[in-house]
Write a protein that binds this ligand. Structure first.
Ligand SMILES: C=CC1=C(C)c2cc3[nH]c(cc4nc(cc5[nH]c(cc1n2)c(C)c5CCC(=O)O)C(CCC(=O)O)=C4C)c(C)c3C=C
Ligand SMILES: [Fe+2]
Length: 464
């Protein structure tokens, strides 16, 4: 089944500069970037397209078929009884947003946060080696490219997403430490993939940590995301088996007229101070250089790639929710309502600079000395920086009613020893937040650069 999107409805010419970006119409309620509210403008192209124009023909026909109506841009009549009859129903353009598969970097790193996420790690099957891995990455890349364009997967598409557009789908692939021995590629294993140090506060479940291969799926539609997950799993065939899988979510695009940075399950605005692509040192902090320094354990196949640290962090919500608002704000060092630093006045906003020295009349620091947002700053950690691009998760309740919920913390950096590790070492010694969270699973993966047209992700490693 070929994609039947109305060609002029797609903003193909309006792709933003950053690879991995999305195309498509935007509006005041567009999704927030992973990089904080300042990035919202750059995260979306600003060409406006009416909502109905932005809907694919397939979706329009599907809707008309379901309701027995033919929809027109001006005269979309009432579908169900409650629908207003006077104006066109403002169909959302969310489904037509499209991220690019091919590019310098893989998608899903600087792409605006999506509403749904699936993380899945695979182990190669016994007997599968480099050849099988190469064939698998070729299949996966082909599937990712098709699905991200709103096309069906190759043969045997399940039809789950047939009425939806691409919905900002991204599929991102990475290699774990164990992949290299299994494929005879030890000499190509980057030093940066050496196992993370043990942290004293870790409660890690090894069966839900690491893995040979890692896939991150994000989309603004739950069916589109599941469709991609299932296609990726089916593609694995007999070459690899799922080791662990986690599901996450974020605020839906359009859920608020004030698209500040998204909130986590503690209710905090989370992601404000992420490095921004417009900053001069962004690429250097987040991506492996175009020509990695050879002989230093930084292999050429990782050019333009990045390293991702994944931590499943449970939030101890019963304890957290028992705190007063003031106590919650002191834990982070920012206001809960709008994310403004506690050192700011009543007119401060999320982006107001934090004043670390500010005291009240009695000499007490406005931002407490152990506040999470103070402790984690690059200027308190020798410049350590990362892009945090998490999903919240909720996996039901324990028998005693305790929620199994928290953050699938996903952070991106050019080198984990200069990003995640120093900051987590500091947090491990105990910031104000640490008594309300528990790290339950962990992974570190090398995510190669994006595939050029006609290539697959990881080709330079597997065929180099
Ligand atoms: C090791 C890295 C980090 C872990 C683990 C971590 C867990 C974690 N964080 C929050 C909530 C917030 N974090 C905020 C800022 C922030 N956090 C980290 C790193 C880790 N967080 C960094 C590097 C920063 C930014 C520091 C800076 O540059 O100033 C904030 C404040 C708003 C923001 O800037 O995003 C919140 C809120 C939770 C809930 C959590 C574990 C569940
Ligand atoms: Fe944090």
């Amino acid at each position: 089944m070929a994609d039947q999107s109305i060609p002029e409805a797609r903003n193909h010419g309006a792709t933003r500069g950053e690879p991995g970006g999305t195309t498509g119409p935007t509006g005041p309620t567009g999704p927030t970037g992973p990089l904080g509210s300042e990035n919202t403008e750059t995260a979306k192209n600003t060409e406006s397209t009416t909502a109905v124009e932005g809907i694919s023909r397939r979706r329009l026909l599907g809707t008309a078929g379901a309701t027995g109506l033919v929809l027109g841009a001006a005269g979309a009549a009432a579908g169900y009884a409650a629908a207003p009859s006077s104006a066109a129903t403002p169909l959302t353009s969310l489904g037509s947003e499209q991220a690019m598969f091919h590019g310098k970097h893989q998608p899903g790193i600087t792409t605006p946060l999506q509403a749904r996420g699936h993380l899945v790690a695979f182990d190669l099957a016994a007997g599968a080696g480099r050849r099988e891995a190469a064939a698998l990455l070729r299949r996966w890349s082909d599937t990712a490219r098709r699905l991200m364009a709103g096309e069906p997967a190759g043969t045997g598409d399940t039809g789950v997403a047939r009425d939806a557009g691409p919905s900002s789908l991204t599929v991102t692939f990475g290699f774990g430490h164990s992949f290299f021995a299994r494929t005879g590629l030890d000499a190509q294993r980057p030093v940066a993939l050496d196992p993370l140090p043990d942290f004293s506060s870790d409660h890690l479940d090894k069966s839900r940590s690491n893995g040979d291969l890692w896939v991150q799926i994000g989309a603004d539609d739950a069916l589109v995301a599941f469709h991609a997950l299932r296609a990726i799993q089916r593609d694995a065939g007999t070459a690899a088996r799922i080791r662990w899988q986690m599901n996450g979510f974020n605020r839906s695009p359009g859920a608020t007229a004030h698209p500040m940075t998204t909130r986590n399950l503690m209710g905090q605005v989370d992601g404000t101070r992420n490095p921004k692509p417009a900053e001069a040192d962004f690429a250097e902090r987040i991506f492996v250089p175009e020509e990695p320094e050879s002989g230093k354990g930084a292999p050429a196949w990782m050019a333009n790639g990045s390293y991702v640290v994944v931590r499943r962090i449970r939030m101890l919500l019963d304890d957290w929710e028992g705190l007063s608002l003031k106590a919650q704000e002191d834990v982070i060092g920012r206001r809960k309502s709008d994310g403004a630093p506690l050192s700011g006045g009543s007119d401060a906003t999320e982006t107001t600079e934090m004043d670390l020295e500010k005291t009240d009349g009695s000499g007490k620091l406005a931002v407490p000395i152990n506040a999470h947002a103070r402790i984690t700053r690059p200027d308190q950690n020798g410049g350590a920086a990362m892009v945090r691009r998490p999903f919240s998760y909720h996996d039901g309740f324990d028998a005693d009613g305790v929620p199994d919920a928290g953050l699938l913390f996903i952070c991106w950096q050019a080198d984990p020893l200069r990003g995640f590790v120093p900051v987590q070492r500091k947090l491990d010694r105990g910031d104000a937040l640490s008594r309300f969270i528990r790290h339950e699973a962990s992974g570190l993966f090398a995510v190669p650069g994006g595939a050029a047209e006609g290539e697959y992700v990881g080709q330079r490693l597997l065929e180099g």
